[in-house]
Design a binder for this molecule. Structure first.
Ligand code: UDP
Ligand code: MG
Length: 334
């Protein structure tokens, strides 16, 4: 794939954390262990690190993270000023890590995603891939609701023309080159899974098993999930707007036919009570109009947010080692 041989990469694991106090120490241990083994095997550089991103946790997560980073230089902590959500948290981590790493892998804090798949990610990177997507083998660890809504959602996304990779959920390797390219994308409505495949670059897929959450419970509330799903659709596709036009056209043809029929009836002096027809037509048109306004409003809202050019995250503190605490609220906003 690439003309030049790759050298052993400095790998950064970016781990978003939101209220993960139950699992974070175990995660640090497992992820740290894996990085050490990979470094010993000569598969990654000695300067590789785990970079936790605290996404405005309200529990003891940040305290525990600082404790972990103070004990061991393998760990670093980027702490955001508030809860910006999973997508912004990974973006903050990736954009910080790309300054020090050759490759970055994003992985959840709950150890659901099999860390042993890292070897395959690295092989693919060494073979020249700039982006490697982790794709889960099956969804038996998910409940019925999540499983069926996820399947339906991926279908809908493909139908709307988005390039999302089915069953890929932000467990992903990106090279420095790909991350530098990603930094050029300034959109506020972030849906990384849809955005990254549109960038191009040689990419690959690695399959992994999903386990049950190690501890704690899912931090993706239903409303966070719905928001992500909506962002996924409206930030990647304008097809819903086109569907409105098609719908409008169909309704127009239908009303035209209905008008002709009513006129003919009137000319013939044929008077029907017509309550049902009138009701159905006005309800239908009213409903379609409101729905269409809603969809258009969704896009207008997105445009409004985009025009503000607000920072997508604000880094409060960045901790490497015990001695070395940087407070660069101003410098490192994106
Ligand atoms: N997360 C985050 N900010 C949020 C919600 C979640 O950084 O507002 C993190 C969370 O700590 C975890 C990852 O995103 O590391 C995935 O969340 P979770 O495991 O709760 O989602 P699920 O696996 O249930 O989809
Ligand atoms: Mg999870």
């Amino acid at each position: 794939m690439s003309e030049m041989e790759r050298t052993t990469p400095v790998l950064y694991l970016v781990v978003p954390c939101y209220n993960e106090e139950e699992v974070i120490e175990k995660s640090a241990q497992v992820l740290g262990d894996k990085l050490r083994r990979l470094a010993q095997a000569g598969k990654i550089g000695e300067d590789s690190k785990v970079m936790f991103v605290n996404d405005g946790s309200k529990d003891r997560t940040l305290l525990l993270l600082h404790r972990i980073a103070a004990q061991d230089a393998l760990f670093s902590v980027v702490s955001l000023a508030g809860n910006y959500g999973h997508q912004s948290a990974i973006l903050a981590g990736m954009m910080t890590a790309r300054q020090y790493a050759d490759a970055v892998v994003t992985i959840d804090a709950d150890l659901q995603q099999d860390i042993e798949a890292l070897d395959k990610f690295l092989e693919s990177y060494m073979a020249g891939s700039e982006v490697v997507y982790g794709v889960r083998n099956d969804r038996h660890s998910d409940g019925f609701f999540k499983k069926s809504t996820a399947t339906m959602y991926y279908r809908l996304m493909h139908l709307l023309g988005s390039k999302v990779i089915t069953n890929h959920a932000d467990y992903r390797l990106m090279s420095k080159k790909a991350l530098d390219a990603l930094s050029e994308y300034k959109e506020t409505n972030l849906f990384l899974r849809g955005l990254i495949p549109t960038m191009g670059f040689p990419s690959d897929v690695v399959y992994f098993d999903v386990k049950a959450r190690e501890a704690g419970h899912s931090k993706y509330t239903l409303s966070k999930m719905v928001t992500l799903a909506m962002d996924g659709i409206t930030s990647m596709s304008v097809r819903p707007l086109r569907l409105i036009s098609s719908l409008g056209f169909i309704v127009f043809v239908f009303s035209f036919v209905m008008s002709v029929i009513s006129l003919v009836d009137w000319v013939r002096g044929y008077n029907v009570p017509g309550y049902t027809t009138t009701m159905i037509v006005s309800l239908l048109i009213g409903g379609i109009t409101l729905l269409s306004l809603g969809i258009i409003g969704e896009y207008v809202g997105k445009i409004y947010m985009e025009t503000k050019h607000r920072p997508r995250y604000i880094i409060d503190t960045f901790v490497w080692k015990k001695e070395d605490v940087m407070d660069d609220r101003e410098e490192r906003t994106e």
